[in-house]
Design a binder for this molecule. Structure first.
Ligand code: AMP
Length: 301
């Protein structure tokens, strides 16, 4: 079953303590869709400007991603985000956000996207997610990601979105910010009170946990020494995780959730080993399976 991914498609400027890269392909939908396409057919919905390079559409298509829902806005400029990583390569500062075409983006979903049963709303304005959901006929599973910016500036829309989704994915600091709780688990429980089936809390290099009313599953991050650029780790984790679940027809049993958490973790560990999609473009299922056996050894006891 396919996964519809809605979110930002961006050109990023990234500074790490070691290297500085400008105008590289980024965005929440970019990372989520690319990661997802290792596990299920994917449709991407987003908007870019006239500065968009056709080679980037090709990069999606070459990985089997359906780009019919990727709108190119005439006269517009693609969303741009600049970020700088601190020496620990985990924490980062946003240096600049230029919403450009993303600012008043109202997605118009092609008919082929409106029947999709599994939806991932990557990080972006909650109003965009709501607009997309209004055009979808009866989804089976809707999951959204969010971030501090939207918690700060679009709280009303975010609250409305929380009423329309089955699951939320967010960072530990964002879970605390959203709920006012100081403990991450309590924050997760409070988010569930919105009527969600589950929350997935990401903790960067410390892994992630899945929380539902009566279950909690924890997964550590895959230990990698070769962290080149952590951008997109969260998006690729979520994209891979929910594509895996979509491929299992949306089942939310223990085995499916645990496998999905593990595959999300593995894809994120590849993502951080390069800028943009550079590392993900080089892997194949054999490499993913090799890392899976290493991870199995590391975490079993
Ligand atoms: P992650 O590292 O998983 O949090 O994702 C980073 C990606 O999110 C970058 O490629 C950015 O282009 C994109 N991004 C940053 N800020 C925003 C925002 N406010 N809305 C949507 N996407 C964003």
């Amino acid at each position: 079953m396919s996964l519809l991914v809605v979110g930002s498609v961006a050109y990023d400027n990234i500074k790490t303590p070691i290297e500085h890269r400008e105008n590289i392909l980024g965005g929440s939908a970019t990372f989520a869709a690319y990661a997802a396409s290792f596990f299920a057919p994917v449709q991407i919905v987003g908007v870019v400007g006239e500065d968009w390079l056709p080679e980037h559409t090709k990069c999606f298509r070459d990985h089997g991603i359906d780009t019919e829902g990727l709108e190119i806005e005439k006269g517009g400029k693609t969303f741009r985000w600049s970020g700088k990583y601190l020496d620990n390569m985990n924490d980062r500062e946003t240096l600049d956000t230029q919403l450009n075409v993303l600012g008043n983006f109202k997605p118009k979903l092609p008919e082929s996207c409106r029947q999709t049963k599994y939806i991932f709303l990557g990080n972006g304005a909650p109003s965009t997610g709501l607009e997309a959901l209004n055009q979808i006929h009866g989804a089976d599973l809707v999951v959204a990601d969010t971030m501090d910016l939207w918690i700060n500036i679009a709280r009303d829309d975010l609250d409305k979105l929380l009423q329309r989704i089955d699951g939320l994915v967010l960072n530990d600091s964002e879970a605390k910010q959203l709920t006012g709780e100081i403990n991450t688990l309590s924050a997760g429980r409070k988010i569930l009170e919105n009527g969600l089936k589950f929350v997935v809390v990401k903790k960067g290099e410390h892994g992630a946990f899945f929380l539902s009313r009566d279950k909690i599953y924890v997964v550590p991050a895959f230990p990698t020494e070769n962290v080149v650029d952590p951008t997109g780790a969260g998006d690729s984790f979520a994209g891979a995780m929910f594509a895996y679940i979509a491929a299992q027809n949306g089942q939310l049993d223990e085995t499916t959730i645990k496998n999905a958490l593990v595959y999300g973790t593995l894809i994120a560990s590849f993502c951080v080993e390069g800028f943009s999609l550079e590392r993900l473009q080089k892997i194949n299922s054999a490499e993913i399976e090799t890392r899976l056996s290493q991870f199995r050894q590391i975490i079993s006891f």
